[in-house]
Write a protein that binds this ligand. Sequence first.
Ligand SMILES: [Zn+2]
Ligand SMILES: [Zn+2]
Length: 353
Amino acid sequence: MASPFELTIVNGLAGDPAVCPYFRQTGDSLLFDAGNLEPLSNRDLLKVKVVAVTHTHVDHFIGFDRLIRVNVPHFRTIEVVGPAGIIRNIQGKLAGYAWNLLEPNQVNIIVHEVSPDGSIESVHLSNSNQFLATNPTKTPAPKDPSTEPAKIPLRSSTYNLSAVSVDHGMQVLAYGLSMPDSMSVNKAQLDASALEPGPWISDLQKMAVDGKIKGSIYISGAEHDALQLAGSLLQPRSGQRLIYVTDMIFSEANIKQLKKLEGAGPNVIICEANYRHEHRQKAFDKFHLTTTQAALTAALLNAKHLQIFHISNLYSGDTDSSLAESDTAFTRLRQLDPVALWDEASMEFVSSK
Ligand SMILES: [Zn+2]
Ligand SMILES: [Zn+2]
């Protein structure tokens, strides 16, 4: 089954964190973290509508200036999500430059600041208001904060974005991205039908997703029964889910937080694995994960695929050894029953201390 988004790990497995899902259907991108963005072209960056920042350690946020720079001539609005302090962090970056020659409302950023309790403050920063926070709105904390993540009130998107707070010696956000269930077209059936493809296909898909398939569809001037067409051409595609985790310490509290993002099990988890297993004391001291802990995290969240990244430069760019370690661990761990898996995780929580 084709994924509805293409995923780019901008700086490879050992570079600054920046991961960019591109949504084929709408032609826009989301950016998880904004470390070095030089490998992305201006064209790529102009597709970014939303930036989801985990925390503002310099390797996760230094590329944000380039994103602003690329957007300046275009009068676009981007949305940024981040942990407590993100409004001030962005204002700090903007305050580093002079803006006297701009047109009104040329640079616009909507910021969603997620508190540790899951409540969200959204504000508008514009050059017209010297980037002071205006139009504040508050999204209350989830009704059941022990099981629900914070749902980010993005202005318009074809996906849902949720966040939870984890501990990295400071508040860090981990994100869950989910695409709603959709109906895909059975290409073989479409070819066999000899019907001319056109906008009617997306009309039919929309009817199906909304659960309102009725009436007629006109194709090349001929009338067709919508229900019959849907029955022969469409097939349900379950929503894709992705979890993005970086940086955190391997603790029971953090795993409990991430569990709120799990849903029916993510298709993929992108997870930092700064250190190899042999360096787990270092990982503990720096509030980071090891390869084994990334594999445990993925298995505990019932992920189908684990993609590690953010591998420490301690290993001089040798990412293969870390990948081999996490793959071997994940393959073994995902076969354990939940009790045995939790026992192994608990031992790792303890042995980290
Ligand atoms: Zn960090
Ligand atoms: Zn980091």
